[in-house]
Write a protein that binds this ligand. Structure first.
Ligand code: PLP
Length: 455
């Protein structure tokens, strides 16, 4: 049987009236139908329904790390489905693909992060981390230790719990659960305290953390959630030494450090995991998804320390957590094949060169009048546009300069992601020098065009 999925623009847009899209103004979509239907992908490129070939400058959604259309992953998924299409990991059931992937992930994760719970999205990985820590503290006789510290600018997902962990701008009017999560200051010097040195800013962030712990009480706080680099909050990098220092403070107060590596793991910053290898700290839990399968299958992992695992596997403890598709065989096979590619082709090590070239190419745009800050690392970059470079005066939030630049870039053959007045680039990790040079040129022309249009 061959499935006949229509791919023409008209067919895609008609059926789209039934599809609820994510993070979109649904009214605007209904009115002008200005969507881009992606119909094919290969390597670092995608093709839209009008036949345009575009560089995938956002790697799907920061996830297609090894590039599109890799036959090794597609074959592994197919083979797995032929052998065992589905079985659960509930009760005493298990299956080889999930077990093998858990072993592989544990072998790559830093320190004592030896135990893996699979889910099917980054949001679920973070929800799972919260549930496990609440359970862990109940078992340790600390049932009041449930509150969570997060940060302004954070993005941890879109389920109810993950929304509450995320910066309030993403839950505006949606009624995030109250009283459970406190957001510390964003670690963003350019916007929070440009007049300070990195060291002074770090001191201020430390004090914010300490004051908040003292106000809420360490006995009431179970976790600190932090992305190594904040992604969907605008690609915000903390001052040097930040994570290590925060890790020390949380450890001193018996607060678990949850590193949300949904984006930063699997080579994007030049390492399998960024926490230990790029930022020199070992958290108590790592949550990850996206590049774990390069997006070929939905899969996430909540990787916990042996110390936490020891407690939750006590004789009296029942693990009342489970999702039908946890460790789905096809997703686990995709993860194994994807990690094999990352390892066999030395992709993380390659990114240390190509990603640095990408970062430097984008940093080169910092000489343009409208570019306020270029930030990020390797293949995770953001460009903030400003009205006045000297004073850092922002464009009005609804000016959507990022959107205008993204549109101009798409007309030149590059997909980038707009976030208000910020542009985000997170391409596949298989970019070569020529493609990186092309991206730099397209962005310079596109920013110039928008800048000129503003007069
Ligand atoms: N955490 C981070 C850092 C993310 O960037 C995302 C998604 O972009 C998530 C969690 C949520 O992942 P998902 O969309 O797979 O639920």
């Amino acid at each position: 049987m061959t499935l006949d999925i229509p791919t023409g623009t008209d067919a895609v847009l008609t059926s789209d009236t039934h599809l609820i899209q994510s993070f979109a103004n649904l009214h605007a979509l209904k009115q002008d139908g200005a969507r881009t239907a992606i119909v094919e992908a290969s390597g670092a490129m995608v093709k839209d329904s009008e036949g345009n070939e575009l560089i995938d400058g956002i790697g799907g959604l920061w996830c297609v790390n090894v590039g599109h259309g890799r036959p090794e992953i597609i074959d592994a998924i197919t083979q797995q489905l032929k052998t065992l299409d589905y079985y659960s990991t509930f009760y005493n059931f298990t299956h080889p693909a999930a077990a093998a992937l858990a072993e592989k992930v544990a072998s790559l994760a830093p320190g004592q992060l030896n135990h893996v719970y699979f889910g099917n999205s980054g949001s679920v990985a973070n929800d799972t981390a919260v549930r496990i820590l609440h359970h862990y503290n109940n078992l340790r006789g600390k049932p009041q230790k449930k509150k969570i510290l997060s940060r302004m600018g954070a993005y941890h997902g879109s389920t109810h719990m993950a929304m509450a962990l995320t910066t309030p701008a993403y839950s505006d009017g949606w009624g995030a659960v109250e009283g459970l999560v406190t957001h510390l200051r964003a670690p963003h010097k350019y916007r929070e305290a440009p007049e300070l040195s990195d060291e002074e800013f770090l001191k201020l962030l430390e004090q914010d953390m300490l004051d908040t712990i003292h106000r809420i009480g360490a006995d009431n706080i179970c976790a600190f959630f932090a992305e190594p680099i904040q992604g969907a909050g605008g690609v915000i990098t903390a001052p040097p030494g930040y994570h290590k220092r925060m890790r020390e403070i949380t450890a001193q107060h018996d607060i678990a450090y949850v590193a949300d590596e949904v984006v930063t793991a699997w080579g994007r910053l030049g390492h399998m995991f960024a926490s230990k290898d790029a930022f020199d700290y070992t958290p108590d839990i790592i949550t990850t998804a996206k590049g774990l399968t390069s997006g070929y299958q939905p899969l996430s992992a909540t990787i916990i320390s042996s110390e936490i695992h020891e407690v939750i596997s006590r004789p009296e403890a029942m693990f009342l957590h489970g999702m039908t598709y946890s460790g789905h065989p096809a997703a686990a096979a995709a993860g194994l094949a994807n990690i094999a590619i990352l390892e066999n082709e030395g992709i993380p090590a390659r990114v240390q060169t190509t990603g640095k070239l990408f970062e430097n190419t984008l940093r080169g745009l910092g000489d343009m009048a409208m570019v306020g800050e270029v930030r990020g690392s390797h293949f995770m970059m953001g460009i903030e546009f400003v009205k006045d470079k000297a004073t850092r005066e922002e464009f009005a939030p609804d000016a959507n300069i990022g959107g205008a630049v993204a549109q101009a870039a798409q007309q030149r053959g590059l997909i980038a992601r707009a976030l208000g007045n910020i542009l985000i680039l997170s391409p596949t990790l298989i970019m070569d020098e020529a493609m990186i040079t092309d991206i730099g040129a397209i962005l310079r022309d596109s920013i110039g065009e928008v800048s000129d249009s503003l007069g």
